[in-house]
Design a binder for this molecule. Structure first.
Ligand code: NAI
Ligand code: HPV
Length: 532
């Protein structure tokens, strides 16, 4: 899957370096951070790339209008403002820059903990108002207090390391990162229920997903020490805003540091304005350093993908990760071509049994992309979901799974045919099956065998091809060729398989045939034109 990017839209405030890197590679970049949703929907079809931060909401209706979009880049971490499922369905890559703003978000979290412990914002405000109020602002030391960290990924870990230098004891929970890992940075892993009663401060660093929505609610506050303080520098909604407000009012929660909100900007500022809340307008990543990093990273990740160097940061394209190099490209094309051919020959929209075997050392690690490439050809040829979907390595595995079509993959060392590296696929439906084998000649995908009939000179499985089965009739090829020439076809090559019960023929054309051929004059019972 080769990605070419000509026009990229940047719809959020992103460092100029991003624009410069893309433009240097000849990409036309439009930066417009003032688009309404309707304007974005009207504009988006012009672009094959989109770059956002958290402000632009890339919803399903935006994606439905994005008929040319190939990639959405998030210059930052959270992708909850992007409908990733809708993007995957349309074959659009979603990519973020994990890590680029980790340190800034971690420092902001620590700043909220520290300022909360001494009530610095209120004390500073009192001075601005001309009051010298030393009694009112008695604080607490952090030394010896317990910080519970929910989510021990990149930011959670950096927060732990920094707050340990204040003498805090760090405990934490993460469903993926276990105690063996967290103990290497001095975080005692505990299940949530054991975490709550021990915590003086709780900070959350998870994505907002169904499992983390309202993770800290009034019930949880009631399990904590009275006066527990919380920080949310991750995503609005991980701490239930209503439950937090009530707990602040009752004193069960002693303070909150909030950088993120369910609604941004909030329609109701009552939480942000609460005396015991320190609120910032989603500033975790807003440092010159982080913004410079994420801008450069997203631009370079786009270029690396375009140039086939590597795929980094993609969150919905596992099949693409190992399929970018120039060596793998012909194999991807071959598998897609075999998929188209298998579907055309078997005439089954949902074959119940597909086995793909890759032979040879070159293909020993091809299991991540060959089945997806095969499925892209199969789905394309069957017109599945025929609503303008372009099937590729991003959406094919997902759409095929929804249709109940799956491929079992197997890699073997020794090829059964004369090509050392070879793909063979068996597509079975009921008691019928189609067997196809292909390989690469030079850099071109070629068809080596159909059923048990081998091509002495394997034809290219590329561009417009006519494939026919002639049974044992040796007269078919001259008749078909005559009819093709009459129809104005430009033939680039002709190939026949060795007769073995049935002869198969392949005619490669320079351009697709515009008119239909008549089977009575060609003498061919069934032939198929495929554009591969
Ligand atoms: N305020 C801001 O400006 C910024 C906010 N963020 C947000 O911070 C959050 C964390 O970011 P990173 O550390 O980079 O992500 P990460 O992916 O490195 O870590 C997230 C961790 O949460 C864990 N997790 C998932 N479900 C969980 C659950 N139910 N309970 C506990 N842990 C769970 C994951 O296993 C993972 O280890 C994200 O929501 C991100 O969007 C990130 C950067 C800036
Ligand atoms: O990277 C993230 O997840 C953030 O929340 C940062 O958001 P922003 O890029 O500042 O809009």
């Amino acid at each position: 899957m080769v990605i070419t990017l000509k026009k990229v839209l940047i719809s959020d405030e992103i460092d100029e370096k991003c624009v410069q890197i893309l433009q240097k590679k000849g990409i036309e970049v439009t930066k417009n951070t003032k688009l309404s949703k309707e304007q974005l929907i009207n504009e988006i079809a012009k672009y094959d790339g989109l770059i956002v931060r958290s402000a632009t909401k890339v919803t399903a209706d935006v994606i439905a209008a994005a008929s040319n979009l190939k990639i959405i880049g998030r210059a930052g971490t959270g992708v909850d403002n992007i409908d990733c499922n809708a993007a995957t369905q349309r074959g659009i890559i979603v990519m973020n820059t994990p890590g680029g703003n980790t340190l800034s978000a971690a420092e902001h979290t620590c700043a909220l903990i520290v300022t909360m412990s001494r009530d610095i914002p209120n004390a500073a405000q009192s001075m601005k108002e001309g009051r010298w109020d030393r009694k009112k602002y008695m604080g607490n030391e952090l030394n010896g207090k317990t910080l519970a960290i929910v989510g021990l990924g990149r930011i959670g870990k950096e927060v732990a390391l920094r707050m340990q230098s204040f003498g805090m004891k760090t405990i934490g929970y993460d469903p993926i990162i276990g105690g063996d890992v967290s103990s290497t940075y001095n975080v005692d892993w505990l299940p949530l229920e054991e975490l709550w009663p021990l915590a003086d401060y709780i900070t959350v660093h998870t994505p907002l997903i169904p499992q983390t929505k309202n993770l800290i609610n009034e019930e949880v506050f009631n399990k904590c020490k009275r006066g527990v303080r919380v920080v949310n520098c991750a995503r609005g909604g991980i701490i239930d805003e209503e439950g937090l407000y009530r707990s602040l009012e009752s004193g069960q929660c002693g303070g909150a540091g909030l950088d993120v909100f369910v609604q941004e900007p909030p329609t109701d500022y009552k939480l942000a304005q609460h005396l015991r809340v320190i609120a910032t307008p989603h500033l975790g990543a807003s440092t010159h350093e982080a913004q410079s990093r994420v801008a450069v990273e997203i631009a370079e990740q786009f270029i690396d993908l375009m140039e086939g160097v590597k795929l980094f940061g993609a969150i919905n394209a596992p099949a693409l990760t190992n399929a970018l190099s120039s060596e793998t490209q012909p194999w991807v094309q071959l598998a897609a071509g075999l998929g188209s051919l298998a579907s055309a020959v078997s005439q089954e929209a949902t074959p119940d049994n597909i086995k793909l075997t890759a032979y040879g050392s070159q293909l020993s690690n091809s299991g991540s992309f060959l089945p997806a490439a095969f499925l892209s050809g199969l789905l394309k040829s069957r017109g599945v979901g025929d609503n303008g979907l372009n099937f590729n390595l991003v959406n094919s595995p997902v759409v095929a799974k929804e249709k109940g079509v799956q491929v079992s993959f197997n890699a073997e060392n020794k090829s059964p045919l004369s090509f050392d590296n070879l793909i063979s696929v068996t597509v079975g439906s009921g008691n019928k099956s189609v067997v196809l084998s292909g390989s690469i000649s030079g850099t071109s995908p070629v068809l080596v065998q159909i059923q048990n009939s081998t091509f002495p000179i394997p034809p290219a499985l590329q561009g417009p091809v006519i494939i026919y089965s002639a049974g044992n009739d040796q007269e078919v090829l001259p008749k078909l060729t005559g009819e093709l020439l009459k129809a104005g076809a430009q033939i680039s090559s002709l190939s026949s398989s060795t007769p073995n019960g049935c002869t198969w023929g392949v005619v490669n054309l320079v351009s697709p045939l515009s008119s239909n051929l008549d089977s009575t004059t060609t003498g061919v019972k069934s032939f198929l034109q495929l554009i591969i």
